[in-house]
Design a protein around this ligand. Structure first.
Ligand code: ZN
Length: 551
């Protein structure tokens, strides 16, 4: 069956047989996710075990938020011991519902409805128009509550056709009370004051429905154990993107990468001062960087664990906090590593010349991701066009995201080379960073070039091919041209940062229309990747061990 074809049609039912269900699930390779906790103090290890218990309760809330029928379908499936029933259950657990995310949310269990766009956040059976009209009729404080992150709308007992606003603290009261107790118990176990403050404030938020203080406390976490637990992302609300879905990521800090990050942080001004752009375009004084945490995931649940797995996230979404403090970026290193092994290595075996394949390393892959994040903060942002003060984002408009993503990638390579030349990074990385980036281009382009990051990748790949910095062998595989790659990377960094400094949208559009395309030699490689898994299905080994010890 051609899954992509089905997705393109927006298929409503797969009528999936056991064979189909196995093939669907096989796109997610079961992979152990965990971390070495031997250096974590006993107190923090018990806190971690308790947090996992709390996170487990998030799944039921998320299932109910997505669809009111989800929990009963899951109950039925878990009683079905037939092979077909077990295959359905496996896909249900991967997708957290009876719809396949990789197949345009097609149903794979007979008798279930199509995935409801309003999820379970709005009164069942109400039309979008009726809800919108009702919201518009409210006075300002009521309207704010109705469109807020942490409320659902329900039918009102006050009269036919009337709605009411119900806070999460009421709608999900019993489960939130249980989760809050576990968070308070965790607070009593940890010796870290920032973790204790977050847990106590988050437990209070579950009953007060006010998440502001606990979001602030989350920004200020400096603990070895790093939990993210609560209602966060709004993608499940396909009507208004207003309602937050429950999720949890329970993780521990990666000490080595955290140290690397702070080492890079102290080099950033020097890198800015040596960017391959005209001297007057460089920023003589970089501002403070938004916080970045590198962690290893121990357990995730709810919205944080279904379909294609999250490898990094920026939170909170509350604008009152992001305006003052920015957002914190959390990078899940072991999830990236699992994806690297399961998806990137086999992709490289198809895409790269044999001599190149042992130059694809996780070290190079992850170090480049870290540098990509940091490079978003370098280069032109606030600019002058004519005599008018403006920003790159305002001037580039619809071309901004793709250009900015490409800039972060390519200048990230430039920065890594700078640090290699300076002796901050090992000389051996010179032979891995470019090849690893080349392989990752194919991973990013596999599902088309619709979003900004993939557009940026296609732009870079074609630019570097045209510059002779990447090449194609007669057998159709790709390679890095060591004599031209450094110049190619510097030239493209200069090109993108200069057009950003000029606010030159027409140049940006010209680059995107000529280079953000999949050319035939690239497509040929992509066509040969169908056997490579799309993603991982995490198996939380460390969490299981922790819980069995705690029991
Ligand atoms: Zn980025």
């Amino acid at each position: 069956m051609n899954w992509k074809w089905l997705a393109a049609l927006g298929a409503t039912s797969l009528g999936a047989s056991q064979v189909d269900l196995h093939r669907m699930a096989a796109r997610f390779a079961p992979t152990e996710i965990g971390a070495d906790l031997s250096r974590l103090p006993e107190s923090e290890r018990s806190a971690l075990a308790k947090l996992i218990q709390a996170a487990k309760l998030i799944d039921a809330l998320f299932l109910r938020q997505v669809w009111s029928g989800n929990e009963s379908v899951l109950l039925d499936l878990s009683k079905d011991t037939s092979a077909l029933g077990r295959a359905r259950l496996q896909n249900f657990l991967i997708n957290k519902g009876p719809w396949s995310t990789l197949d345009g949310n097609a149903q794979f269990i007979p008798g279930v409805p199509p995935k409801p766009p309003p999820a379970n956040f709005y009164p069942p059976g109400a039309s979008k128009e009726a809800v919108e009209k009702w919201i518009q009729s409210l006075d300002e404080p009521q309207r704010k509550l109705a469109i807020g992150f942490f409320t659902v709308l329900r039918w009102s007992p006050a009269g036919v056709g009337k709605f009411q606003v119900v806070p999460y603290s009421q709608e999900y009261q019993p489960e939130l009370a249980d989760i809050a107790s576990l968070l308070k118990e965790t607070a009593a176990l940890t010796t870290d004051p920032t973790l204790r403050a977050f847990l106590i404030k988050r437990a209070a938020a579950f009953s007060s429905n006010d998440y502001y203080d606990s979001d602030l406390a989350w920004m200020e976490l400096t603990s070895a154990v790093e939990p993210t637990i609560g209602p966060y992302e709004v993608y499940q609300d396909e009507w208004f993107n207003a309602k937050a879905a429950f999720e949890a990521f329970i993780a521990v800090r990666d000490e080595a990468e955290t140290a690397k990050l702070s080492k890079f942080g102290s080099e950033l001004q020097e890198i800015e001062d040596h960017l391959p752009i005209d001297a007057q375009l460089r920023n003589p004084k970089l501002g403070a960087m938004a916080p970045i945490r590198v962690v290893n995931l121990i357990f995730s649940s709810g919205d944080g664990n279904h379909g294609v797995q999250t490898a990094a996230y920026n939170l909170p979404n509350d604008e009152r906090i992001t305006k003052e403090k920015g957002a914190k970026r959390v990078m899940l290193k072991n999830v990236q590593e699992a994806k690297f092994k399961v998806v990137l290595v086999p992709t490289a075996q198809v895409a790269l010349a044999p001599a190149e394949q042992n130059r694809v390393t996780f070290e190079a892959f992850f170090t480049h991701i870290l540098m990509h994040e940091l490079m978003h903060g370098l280069g032109p942002h606030v600019i002058t066009v004519g005599s008018r003060a403006s920003t790159v984002r305002q001037e580039l408009k619809d071309s901004y995201s793709a250009i900015e993503e490409a800039k972060a990638d390519i200048s990230g390579l430039f920065a890594l080379q700078y640090l290699i030349d300076k002796g901050v990074l090992a000389k051996s990385m010179e032979s891995t960073i470019y090849t690893t980036f080349l392989a990752s281009c194919f991973r990013s382009l596999r599902f088309g070039i619709t979003e900004a990051h993939a557009k940026g990748i296609a732009l870079q790949l074609n630019y570097l091919l045209d510059a002779g910095a990447f090449g194609t062998s007669p057998d159709g595989t790709f390679f890095v041209n060591a004599s031209k790659i450094k110049a190619g990377v510097a030239a493209l960094t200069r090109e993108l940062m200069t057009l950003q400094a000029q606010g030159n949208r027409s140049r940006a559009m010209q680059l995107l229309s000529s280079l953000s395309v999949v050319r035939p030699p690239v497509q040929k490689v992509l066509d040969r990747l169908s056997h490579v898994p799309v993603d991982i299905e995490p198996k939380f080994k460390t969490a299981e061990t922790l819980l069995s010890v705690a029991r």
